[in-house]
Design a protein around this ligand. Sequence first.
Ligand SMILES: *[C@@H]1O[C@H](CO)[C@@H](O)[C@H](O)[C@H]1NC(C)=O
Ligand SMILES: *[C@@H]1O[C@H](CO)[C@@H](O)[C@H](O)[C@H]1NC(C)=O
Ligand SMILES: *[C@@H]1O[C@H](CO)[C@@H](O)[C@H](O)[C@H]1NC(C)=O
Length: 455
Amino acid sequence: MVLSASIKLVLFIATIALAAIADVGATAIQPRTTHYKVRANRLKAASKRASSKVNAAYYPNWAIYSPYDFQPTEINTTSLTHLFYAFADISTDSERNLKTVLSVGGGSCSDHFSFITDSSKRATFVTSAVQMIEDYGFDGTDVDFEFPDTAARGSGLASLITELRTAFDDLQEKKGDTTPYILTAATSAIVSLYTHMNFPELDAALDFWNLMAYDYTGSWTDTADDQANLYGGSRTGVSTDTAINDYISRGVTVSKISLGLPVYSRSFEDTSGLRDSYDGVGSGTSEAGIYFYRDLAKSGATVYENTTDVSAYSYDSSKRELVSYDTPNIAKLKAQYVQSKGLAGTFFFDLSTDKKGNGSLVDTTADVYGDLDQTQNHINYPNSKWTNIRNNMGQGSGSSSASTTQSSTASTHQSTSTTSRSSTSTSSGSEPNIGSQVAQRSNSATGPPSIHQKV
Ligand SMILES: *[C@@H]1O[C@H](CO)[C@@H](O)[C@H](O)[C@H]1NC(C)=O
Ligand SMILES: *[C@@H]1O[C@H](CO)[C@@H](O)[C@H](O)[C@H]1NC(C)=O
Ligand SMILES: *[C@@H]1O[C@H](CO)[C@@H](O)[C@H](O)[C@H]1NC(C)=O
């Protein structure tokens, strides 16, 4: 459908993007501060019961900036099993059950995936991905290719994921790790955007499919409508349940599917309601048409929850504004769907725009599951180029004597979006801390990227 050509939306997780991974040696990514992952409860046995669920979230590196203003220390690690992230360090209260996965790609980086049909370039990527895991102490890699738009690129993606799997298994074996390295891919729920994927080959290599079950509507659609409905979708032609059943019929293991929930809205102005035409999408918070979930519902608006379609929106009849987003009740129903369908769990895009405490979508689904995935993260990185990761993650004592001499320049996002990727950093002899990076980056003229990027 027409959607596919115009949508190209997306997640911009990317900050650490292909550009970074492509010249990993010259990248300026933060190693974690000392103590990261070190506060291990070593008495706690790794356990993973059949019913335990993944409750994951993306945490983009721009989250610390206005208007997001969400600091790593604010992360509620109790309700999370995986963090798909870039750049920022996380709380020192982290524990062994929180896995961190480097997310690579994103919508505005799709051009960088042109390498995917070239086997020797893929090999370079794989080598770099392994090196990134080792250098920065990640538990794995998440590939966000939005979207494989030809059969050749679909086949290239499957080859890349297979090659990454082989390399990660080799790495595990070489290091004697008991836990495998995690490999995930963020994929679309809109059929025209996933039709070129090789599902069986991908499924064999992936741990999880991060199904981006949102952005079904927005400024590119003709009418105001649900952006993340579980069922229904007769008006838009898209529903999450339909996509999941289609994935399964194409060879996907149901227990590998992680259901994506938006933590932001899609808004429509001057409309009389669902399926009506609209005029504009409003100025939004971070960009046109997008309000953060934590700011919703706006005063004066009434919230409508449809428990049949499992979707919600708010409507302000005086402003004639419709805002499509997930409420806690809807998140709860989606989590129950995850349980009854036997999916892997949920993930959120993104953590920084959630409410805190009562009303948190991330905590809501965690509470539904109760039993969260307890697979332990990795702490053994003897090959890191950073001494604190070499030593402290591997249970060294380590005081956090932060040396701060890194002179990293542009963020990777800026690098990828401007193509000036000369951000060579520095003396790898020192271990910069997050503070220095923040200070440098907040001085940058460009500022943080927006939450989604339309290509
Ligand atoms: C929920 O959505 C369906 C399909 O759009 C519609 O038929 C039904 O009337 C809606 N229910 C409510 C309570 O609005
Ligand atoms: C949590 O928020 C909901 C509405 O969002 C409200 O109905 C409920 O009373 C709140 N619970 C507590 C404990 O504050
Ligand atoms: C963190 O998440 C847990 C599990 O959902 C919840 O019970 C707890 O209240 C949350 N903590 C904070 C500080 O919000």
